[in-house]
Design a protein around this ligand. Structure first.
Ligand code: ZN
Length: 64
């Protein structure tokens, strides 16, 4: 499971089963609305932040 994008109302997530769904902020876990898979919010938000940092580093040419 991963975050696709964020907006003011929360996160849009994509599950491994390819379902996209919305997860609110301040949630401890995110649960897929299709297959019921549960992921820890802290874990996938962390992955998302790391991937964003990697993209920005490449765009600016800064060493990671
Ligand atoms: Zn799913």
């Amino acid at each position: 499971m991963k975050i696709v994008k964020t907006d003011s109302s929360g996160y849009v997530l994509e599950c491994d089963c390819e379902r996209e769904f919305r997860g609110g902020r301040m949630r401890l876990t995110f649960e897929c609305t299709r297959c019921g898979r549960v992921a820890y919010a802290a874990e996938i938000i962390g992955d998302w932040l790391l991937s964003r940092r990697g993209t920005e580093a490449r765009l600016t040419g800064a060493p990671f």
